[in-house]
Design a protein around this ligand. Structure first.
Ligand code: HEM
Length: 528
């Protein structure tokens, strides 16, 4: 037999060998342009009509169950990935954090309203501004800062006011749940205002008219309202799909008089609200500092110790840049904390009405630790309150307050599990579905703090996994420690003073939470 090959045959064989060797070295090669699986979409519009207006994470979860833990969808031509497992989210957003640490373009909330001046919409590292923001957050609300007396004092004051207002609410006849939610929101705003600017929304003064009598000046600058207005704009402008300009950025350039350009007027009003949030409290601190009478806060500390010339890196900043940075950092505290912490508090209250046995165990633990003393337990007691700490974890999981996190975006092309992820792909971690994974969290819809308390490996894994509630990698929530200590101390205070029960509303068939003062009723906890 003659085995001699022609030149053409030899070339073909060589090409085939190169392909096989190449594949063995890098199995993703032949699938270079293969996208992850996903539902079939419409031409041009993609899946835009399949995404519901509310509870998008439930639809994404359904897709994850059908197509796997990485699902590809297309929203008006922009590729989107939905990550439905801890493994996929960690691999992409943490391990490959250098590729996935930017945010997608946000035309309405970011560019037209101006929230891109803050941290949430800023590009990720190596941006100097991003690093300066993260460093500021670490300095002011990192784990060390939280043990400072000024933060502890602000937290304690706001907790006592919260307890006082809940107590008043529970004695009133109008017990609408929405009013309770408002109380919780206002107390959170007041706390952030006190920390950021040293501005007390309920300042005690000697009233001039009634000599010597103690009076309270309530929010003279109307800052709570200023925060509320700006945050309303933030929530509306960042709602996915609410404004076409987000999907078609060129719309940003059409003039305001053009038919259909009313979003420009909406954006202008939101921008005015945002500027008031930036300027009014900052001017207040500057004026108080000039008079030499002020409560130490992030802004005053920044001006005293760090500005002028706070260095993001080696770069010296001008006075105007300094001011802009601290204004934007303080405003980012609201955009991050104003909705999330109250939502966790409300989830906790709901859980206590539904799971009285959990509440009773927590109260027994609290009674053992504080005994007959009049003090309220604090964050410093947490080592002796493991059940309470487990309740906090379970609140993060059961009542997920940011179910889809904040979107990340791919800065460059990437290949993962043989799939191509194109530069510009928007990546969503479905935090809700990760925290409802029945293998990691058996019976996921049950509120069960016990799942973290075993001495086995699984309980430890569950304890770690729950922290995905705060996001991933270099964009992980910088308010995590503040949120943890605030929720812990609020829960400890509420459970020390009240018993929460389910009660039927007098005027409807609805249920509401009832706060019973029976516990420790003879004790007095006062705010000063
Ligand atoms: C229940 C409490 C909270 C939860 C569950 C929560 C959750 C999150 C999540 C999921 C992200 C997105 C992370 C990512 O992109 O991967 C985030 C970002 C952020 N959070 Fe929180 N957060 C909470 C409280 C707070 C508080 C109290 C503050 C500030 C006072 C805060 C400030 C921020 C900021 C500024 C960002 C943007 C970070 C960046 O883009 O680099 N958060 N948070």
């Amino acid at each position: 037999m003659d085995f001699e090959l022609s030149t053409r045959q030899s070339l073909l064989l060589a090409f085939f060998v190169v392909l096989v060797v190449g594949y063995l070295k890098n199995p993703s090669l032949p699938s270079r342009n293969r996208s992850p699986p996903g539902p079939k979409g419409y031409p041009f519009f993609g899946h835009v009509f399949d995404i519901p207006k509310n509870h998008q994470w439930l639809k994404f979860w359904e897709w994850n169950k059908i197509y796997g833990d990485i699902v590809y969808i297309n929203v008006l031509g922009t590729p989107n990935l939905i990550l439905g497992s801890l493994e996929a989210a960690t691999d992409l957003l943490e391990t490959r954090g250098n590729i996935y640490s930017d945010r997608p373009r946000a035309v309405m909330a970011g560019e037209l309203v101006g929230w891109d001046r803050g941290l949430g919409y800023s590009p990720g590292p190596p941006s100097t501004r991003f690093r300066a923001f993260r460093r500021l957050f670490h300095t002011f609300i990192g784990p060390r800062a939280l043990s400072s007396n000024s933060v502890k004092h602000a937290q304690e004051l706001c907790r006592l006011r919260l307890l006082h207002r809940i107590s008043k609410w529970s004695r009133s006849t109008d017990k609408l749940g929405s009013n309770l939610a408002n109380i919780v929101r206002e107390c959170t705003s007041s706390f952030i205002l006190l920390l950021s600017y040293g501005y007390d929304t309920e300042r005690r003064v000697e009233r001039e008219i009634d000599e010597g009598e103690l009076g309270i000046i309530k929010d003279p600058l109307d800052l709570v309202q200023i925060v509320e207005d700006a945050m309303l704009g933030f929530a509306r402008a960042s709602e996915p799909g609410a404004f076409w300009a987000d999907n078609f950025p060129c719309l940003k350039y059409i003039p305001v008089w053009f038919p259909g350009a009313s979003f420009h007027r909406v954006a202008a009003q939101m921008r005015t609200d945002l500027e008031r949030l930036y300027d009014v409290p900052l001017n207040y601190v500057k004026q108080c500092m000039a008079n030499g009478k002020y409560t130490p806060s992030f802004v005053s500390t920044y001006f005293e110790d760090m500005a002028p010339g706070y260095r993001g890196d080696a770069e010296v900043m001008t006075e105007a840049e300094d001011e802009e940075l601290i204004k934007a950092a303080a405003a980012s505290l609201y955009s991050g904390g104003a909705e999330t912490t109250p939502s966790s508090m409300m989830s906790f209250i709901l859980a206590m009405t539904l799971y009285p046995d959990v509440q009773q165990r927590a109260q027994e633990e609290l009674d053992r630790v504080i005994g007959s003393s009049d003090r309220l337990p604090t964050w410093d007691d947490r080592d002796r309150l493991p059940y309470l700490e487990a309740i906090v974890k379970e609140v993060w999981r059961w009542g997920v307050s940011v179910p889809l996190g904040l979107a990340h975006v791919a800065r460059e092309d990437d290949v993962y599990r043989g799939y191509t992820i194109k530069k510009g792909t928007v990546v969503w971690a479905n935090i809700w579905s990760i925290l409802h994974d029945p293998i990691m969290f058996p019976e996921p819809s049950t509120f069960s703090p016990d799942r973290y308390l075993g001495s086995d490996d699984h309980s430890k894994l569950a304890s770690d996994a729950v922290m995905v509630a705060f996001g991933f990698g270099r964009r992980i929530c910088p308010g995590l420690h503040l949120a943890e200590s605030s929720l812990f101390s609020a829960i400890a205070g509420i459970l020390t003073v009240f018993r929460i029960e389910k009660a039927r509303d007098l005027h409807s068939d609805n249920f509401h939470a009832k706060f019973d003062h029976g516990r420790r009723s003879r004790r007095k906890y006062s705010a000063s």
